[in-house]
Write a protein that binds this ligand. Structure first.
Ligand code: ADP
Ligand code: MG
Length: 262
């Protein structure tokens, strides 16, 4: 089966001269739950952001379902981006707006009509927003201000907002890095559910090896902008991890030995 996302020889050198990605070639298939791990600075965010072109790669290609994202522009780029949801470590909600308004905003991009300007959502969009809030278990918070919610709840709003696009691919950049262990699981389980039940392909960066092994169907470890491991979660244990990253960095960065399982 053709890959949903095919990354080839991807290189990103920032204006500062930092080589964040140093030749990445990977295929991501429909239905996979891919977890990206790696120390801070290893290129996880850059890779995720090249996939939806929040970052322009220096060279190489990203093919999404047969279309070259790296070459797409204008309406074509918007069409592809609509098929790719994203959630962020800091949730990126509009803090002073209601949960409901934040979720509805996920629908923007679908509509370029006068309705957008007068701020009148369609009945279908309203229904979909409630459906997605229900899916992440916070329908009763719909009219609460976003910043009144706990971190875990805010990230669930982030998921509901991304679901408004009916995405085929969900990119999640350290979605639980700001959350405590128990709350992390409460967010990860919704990502797991949209992967398993809706068949949405997930590419998620995480910094706990235990979470990677628990939720991933495949784990990819980056090191210095290169792929250092690509395989089954069961095949990347603490020993393998230390081989890649060294003893010291691992303890600090990846949460080994911490009580991160709740
Ligand atoms: N906008 C940027 N400008 C310059 N350098 C950047 C920028 N974003 C990231 N980098 C650098 O690129 C490297 C990879 O960063 P990043 O992709 O954020 O890694 P990770 O998400 O794994 O922590 C790091 O050295 C980082 O400092
Ligand atoms: Mg990052």
């Amino acid at each position: 089966m053709a890959a949903l996302v095919s990354v080839k020889d991807l290189v990103k050198i920032y204006a500062t001269g930092t080589r964040a990605l140093d030749g990445i070639t990977l295929d991501f298939h429909r239905g996979e739950f891919i977890v990206l791990i790696g120390l801070s600075g290893s290129g996880k965010s850059t890779l995720l952001r090249c996939i939806n072109r929040l970052v322009d790669p220096t060279s190489g290609t990203v093919i999404f379902d047969g279309t070259d994202i790296t070459a797409a522009k204008g309406a074509e780029l918007r069409r592809i981006r609509r098929r790719i949801g994203m959630i962020f470590q800091q949730f990126n909600l509009v803090k002073r707006s209601s949960v409901f308004t934040n979720v509805l905003a996920g629908r923007l991009g679908y509509r370029s009509t006068w309705r957008t300007f007068v701020g009148q959502p369609s009945r279908d969009d309203v229904a979909l927003a409630f459906e997605n809030l229900g899916r992440v278990g916070i329908i009763e918070k719909a009219f609460v201000r976003a910043d009144a919610l706990s971190g875990g709840q805010q990230q669930r709003v982030g998921i509901a907002r991304a679901l408004m696009q009916k995405p085929e691919l969900m990119l999640a950049d350290e979605p639980v890095a700001s959350l405590d262990p128990a709350t992390s699981h409460s967010v990860m389980k919704y990502l797991e559910e949209i992967n398993k039940k809706d068949g949405i392909t997930v590419i998620c960066s995480l910094h706990f090896l235990s979470l990677a092994r628990r939720y991933g169907t495949r784990v990819i470890a980056l090191n210095g902008g290169r792929v250092a491991f690509d395989g089954l979660p069961a095949d990347i244990d603490e020993r393998r991890f230390k081989e890649i990253y060294g003893e010291d960095a691992v303890e600090v960065e990846i949460g080994l030995g911490r009580a991160e399982t709740a």
